[in-house]
Design a protein around this ligand. Structure first.
Ligand code: UDP
Length: 235
């Protein structure tokens, strides 16, 4: 199989790791996703992963809590997910490094761009946790930022929907899925693909984004080989 992309940034939302429970980590679900990552890696892809934390905590929905502190809790939540994904990948025999945007050196390496790219060149999967390390951002923005830093060709946004729709497909029967789309359209129509900071970051850095459904983890391999899955957002 020929690869369409050599170096990718895979964004795994927290929700994707939770399975049917919708909260916490379902290790079997994680393992299934990791089996596809293993296949992708065996095909020669260089894979950096940014993990979300929404299966534990989201800063913006934390009620009266001071936002900075709430976001710090959210960033720590991403570390739990990163460690679970790392464990599953290692279980499958892959070499993995976890790097965090907030130092916690007993657990993981600090994020250092050149070290991350070196790991990728050596065939290691790099898992990036703590988002950008700053409150008021999201792990989608962290994905765009890290993808730009490590020269990834594309961001794969693995979610629980099979692409981007013109309206909510759960509420409207006539909702239509986009095949391709521009970031300007995402921003103008406020489409629920990713937050505007992340969309702007992708657009300004010429980073395409592929949104696809991770409930079938094979989609990672299909997308990597250029098969028609999900919605491609570019320019
Ligand atoms: N977060 C943050 N800065 C970042 C990335 C994440 O403060 O750069 C916090 C924020 O509170 C966010 C939480 O971490 O709600 C979990 O990340 P996110 O909501 O992006 O996870 P996902 O929805 O992808 O699971």
């Amino acid at each position: 199989m020929e690869l369409k992309y050599k170096r990718i940034l895979l964004k795994l939302s927290g929700e994707a790791l939770a399975g049917d429970q919708k909260m916490g980590i379902d290790y079997n679900v994680v393992l299934n996703i990791c089996k596809s990552i293993q296949k992708a890696q065996a095909l020669g892809a260089e894979i950096a992963i940014v993990v979300g934390g929404g299966n534990f905590w989201r800063g913006r929905s934390s009620g009266d809590m001071e936002r900075t502190r709430a976001d710090q809790i959210g960033m720590l939540a991403t570390v739990m997910n990163a460690l679970a994904v790392a464990d599953a990948l290692e279980h499958l025999g892959l070499e993995v490094r976890v790097q965090t945007a907030i130092s916690m050196q007993q657990i993981a390496e600090p994020y250092i761009r050149n070290r991350a790219t070196r790991h990728l060149e050596k065939g290691r999967v790099v898992i990036l946790a703590c988002g950008t390390g700053n409150p008021f951002f999201s792990t989608d923005t962290a994905s765009a930022l890290r993808a730009a830093e490590i020269n990834a060709e594309i961001v794969f946004k693995a979610t629980m929907v099979d692409g981007v729709y013109d309206k909510d497909p759960h509420r409207f029967d006539d909702a239509k899925r986009y095949h391709t789309l521009s970031f300007s359209q995402v921003l103008a129509d406020q489409l629920a693909v990713m937050d505007s900071t992340a969309a702007t970051m992708c657009r300004d850095n010429g980073l395409p984004l592929l949104v696809f459904d991770i409930s079938d983890p094979e989609n990672i391999v299909r997308a990597l080989c250029g098969e028609d899955v999900g919605t491609l957002v570019k320019e």
